[in-house]
Design a protein around this ligand. Structure first.
Ligand code: PLP
Length: 372
């Protein structure tokens, strides 16, 4: 019968049947109409309100549209060369992906087979867990301890089928981090038994002097893989570009699962230009984030609203009501936040730090919706 597909049930593997699809938020224009707001401040995705670097902006503007017809470099050749110079590693120590999200899948597919597992935290960036599960592997989720990754419990959870341990440093969404001593002690105890991925998507925001430089640790720990992205600090989220770095032997394995040509030419051009003035942009952005974090946390303290503010470009706020309800109320006032129930933090929202005037408006809106 037309429209019926009885074989579908048989075609779908059981581990896929269990999965709920992730529904991204609607485009801003649609949301504005739905909630009746004329402006919308996006405090939901940890985007950099200062945008791309000056050099990246120029590179995007000067991108020759005719080049749209030509395939990009299949392995981001020039970008890997510049990354190699910046971090003192071989260009072959890098794999560039369509956002750091894509390299998560490269790593998992390279090392896991049926019956294997990965280990990560229960309240962290969920894509490690999702990719493992929809690829048919178990994700062992270790509860956070004092809002941070619990190194001892993670070590105890390792078994002979554990292939990768994912550590988000600093953690999204709690902002906690392992310092160099703690990370090195963890890597020493793992002693090369598993791959250790340290996701440093927010590392460029961290100012603490004891924060580890994972790019340097790669020389001592060949099982260490580092993730970075151009989406957060460097304001290229729309272009989708991120990368991993590791020892030549490990990257050579991961390269086998890597989708070549997945990173478009404009993204490669903009990322390459970013490295020209990355340090200036980091200094400017860090100053903005510092000022906004200080403002937001002191206002929340005055209002007696509990929060978790660590490193990174975000703060989580605990509320006396459902996060979905507060989301809808804030949307009507033009502030889009991230509900945290999906991160296993019910009644919490995560707020991206943006320049002071936006934070002032947000506090005003939050006060108003909590009064009602
Ligand atoms: C911790 C963490 N890792 C990786 C990513 C993926 O970044 P992208 O795919 O935009 O490079 C994100 C994005 O939110 C993140 O928060």
């Amino acid at each position: 019968m037309p429209g019926k597909f009885p074989a579908l049930d048989v075609l779908v593997p059981p581990h896929i049947r269990k999965i709920e699809p992730y529904i991204p938020s609607k485009p801003d224009a649609v949301l504005k109409e739905m909630y009746g707001c004329s402006t919308l401040h996006r405090l939901n995705n940890n985007e950099n309100a200062l945008g791309p670097t000056t050099a990246a902006l120029a590179a995007i503007k000067n991108f020759d549209p005719v080049q749209a017809a030509v395939y990009p470099s299949g392995d981001a050749y020039f970008l890997r060369c510049r990354l190699g110079e910046r971090f003192g590693l071989s260009p072959d120590a890098f794999l560039v992906g369509n956002g750091a999200n894509e390299v998560i899948a490269f790593a998992i597919n390279a090392f896991c087979q049926k019956g294997d597992n990965i280990i990560t935290a229960d309240k962290t960036f969920a894509v490690y867990e999702w990719v493992a599960e929809f690829s048919g592997f178990e994700a062992k989720l270790i509860p956070l301890k004092d809002y941070g990754f619990d190194d001892q419990a993670m070590l105890s959870a390792i078994d002979e089928r554990t292939k990768i341990v994912f550590v988000c440093n600093p953690n999204n969404p709690t902002g906690t981090y392992w310092n160099k001593e703690r990370l090195k002690a963890f890597l020493d105890k793992i002693d090369g038994r598993t791959i250790v991925v340290v996701d440093e998507a927010y590392s460029e925001f961290v100012e603490a002097p004891d924060f580890p430089d994972c790019m340097e640790l790669i020389k001592d720990y060949p099982n260490l893989v580092v993730f970075r992205t151009f989406s957060k600090m460097f304001g290229l989220a729309a272009l989708r570009i991120g990368y991993l770095a590791g020892s030549l032997e490990v990257v050579d394995v991961i390269r086998r699962t890597c989708v070549v040509y997945s990173v478009n030419a404009l993204a490669q051009t903009a990322a390459l230009a970013t490295l020209i003035d990355a340090d200036e942009h980091m200094a400017k952005t860090r100053a903005m984030i510092r000022e906004s974090r200080n403002y937001l946390t002191s206002e929340l303290t005055c209002l007696n609203i509990p929060f978790i503010a660590g490193e990174g470009s975000y703060v989580i706020i605990r509320l006396p009501m459902s996060d979905m309800l507060i989301y809808r109320k804030l949307m009507r006032l033009g502030y889009m936040v991230r509900t945290m129930t999906g991160f296993r933090f019910p009644n919490h929202i995560r707020v991206t730090l943006q320049p002071l005037p936006v934070m002032e408006g947000f506090i005003k809106a939050l006060t108003e919706v909590l009064k009602k």
